[in-house]
Design a binder for this molecule. Structure first.
Ligand code: ATP
Ligand code: MG
Length: 444
């Protein structure tokens, strides 16, 4: 079996071999290559200890030296070189208490999480090393731990989330012995750092078999520990016209959502507020629950802001037949990009209500066409499109800087949303002067 190895990676192996060390390719890159996928990163396993690896390569970084990992650079390509090791006990359920470097590849493969990730490849002999039935499981699309599932999950509970992540990204089934132990160990996931959890959840959300993965996530009770706000939706009524319970609605919506991370998160969490209220206020409530959840997982401020805004507006009342005025007002308030995302979120929401693909597609096309139609009209949507700015307005009306200027500009924008013809400098000055007079006569 020949695996297509990038020249820089092959060269790194050759450099190690030339110095008398072993060099194998291991882990995800071999799994992905055998699946016909393009590997994201290549890992080299060697019997050279980190100091020896550093001495052999001209450029390197000690990225995880304590656990034997050095990143080396070949023609500027970063490649992780890890000394083969076998792990000691994991008493803190995070990291092995100690590691033992070894010159036996099989021992290094034995410490890996799943059989499909415990494959090695000798790039010179072009030979696969497969001590744990990894290839058989790849062929049968099965996820199974290397060795006793319970012991392996206890060592590092993050592996339970990795399992679900691979279920989603690869579309594999979980071996029944591996699946069976999950509910009794789910509580241990609380020991894992939020950052490590988030990385796996993000990858899971982008997977093509997300719905099956979310089913395992919920059934194993891992969801109750990691995303309790979502797990609480199980069995709750999602509202009128909903064929599924609230949790199934959310999971189905996420599965069918456009594969962008913020959209997948928003679809998954858009209705969590319904556990508190079935009224329209569930959107605001949901946004704040989602913010709390994502903050706890240490998500980036940007992701939190995007997800929260989408959930806040997800009940938006805009249709292909809404007036131009209504469209301008909405686009001006919410923004063009966010509106495009909201259309996609509504499509996901429809999928979560079992709407037909034809209906979902027709809705998306009609909304996009309408949005593009408004954009080509080139009318003012936001303050920057007004034919007057704050400085000019202050000059014209002899105003001092202050909140009143912003207030007047917003008033003008509202007028222009109603009637784009008003977006002329003299007209805007006149309208602002009239409004100012009105405000002053009211003592405001
Ligand atoms: P990805 O496509 O996301 O890179 P991957 O399987 O390569 O998937 P990495 O985090 O790059 O994931 O890890 C590389 C390899 O290290 C894995 O294939 C697996 O063999 C091993 N590994 C990673 N994390 C763990 C873990 N928590 N427990 C045991 N082995 C692990
Ligand atoms: Mg990898």
């Amino acid at each position: 079996m020949v695996i297509m190895v990038p020249p820089a990676v092959e060269q790194a192996c050759a450099v190690l071999r030339a110095q008398g060390f072993q060099a194998y390719l291991v882990g995800g890159a071999i799994r992905d290559s055998l699946l016909g996928l393009v590997p994201t990163d290549w890992d080299i396993a060697t019997d050279a200890v980190p100091e020896q690896v550093e001495a052999v390569f001209t450029r390197s970084l000690p990225t995880g030296k304590r656990f034997g990992t050095v990143t080396v650079f070949v023609h500027d390509t970063p490649i992780e070189v890890t000394t083969m090791r076998s792990d000691g006990p994991y008493s803190d359920q995070r990291r092995p208490d100690y590691i033992i470097f070894t010159d036996q590849l099989e021992l290094d493969l034995a410490r890996r999480d799943f059989t499909i990730n415990a494959l090695g490849y000798d790039p010179l002999a072009k030979r696969i090393i497969d001590p744990f039935q990894g290839r058989k499981h790849l062929k049968r699309k099965i996820l199974a731990t290397v060795g006793d599932p319970s012991a392996r999950f206890r060592e590092d509970p993050l592996r339970m989330l990795r399992l679900i992540r691979f279920q989603s990204t690869l579309g594999f089934k979980v071996h029944k012995d591996t699946e069976r132990v999950l509910p009794s160990l789910a509580g241990l996931i609380a020991k894992v750092s939020p950052e490590r959890m988030l990385a796996e959840l993000n990858k899971m959300l982008m997977g093509r078999e997300l719905l099956s993965a979310l089913e395992t996530f919920a059934a194993s009770t891992l969801m109750e520990v990691v995303l309790p706000e979502l797990a609480a939706c199980c069995g709750l009524c999602a509202g009128e016209h909903h064929p599924y319970d609230l949790l199934t609605h959310a999971c189905t919506a996420a599965h069918f959502a456009h594969p962008l991370l913020h959209l997948r998160w928003a679809a998954l969490l858009h209705d969590v507020g319904k556990q508190r209220s079935l009224g329209r206020d569930h959107a605001e409530l949901g946004a704040s629950l989602a913010e709390q959840l994502l903050r706890r997982l240490r998500a980036s401020t940007e992701l939190i802001a995007k997800v929260s805004a989408l959930i806040t507006h997800h009940m938006f009342d805009l249709h292909p037949h809404s007036s131009d005025r209504a469209w301008r007002r909405f686009l001006g308030r919410v923004g063009v990009e966010a509106t495009r995302d909201l259309i996609k979120l509504r499509q996901a929401d429809m999928a979560g209500m079992n709407a037909s693909p034809r209906q979902i597609l027709a809705y998306g096309q009609a909304m996009e066409a309408r949005l593009n139609d408004i954009l080509t009209q080139d009318s003012a949507l936001s303050l920057k499109d007004l034919r007057i700015d704050g400085r000019q307005l202050m000059q014209e009306l002899d105003l001092q800087p202050g909140p009143l200027v912003g207030q007047l500009l917003h008033y003008l924008l509202e007028q222009v949303w109603e009637d784009p013809e008003l977006n002329q400098r003299e007209t805007l000055v006149r309208l602002a002067a009239e409004q100012l007079k009105c405000l002053r006569s009211n003592g405001l």
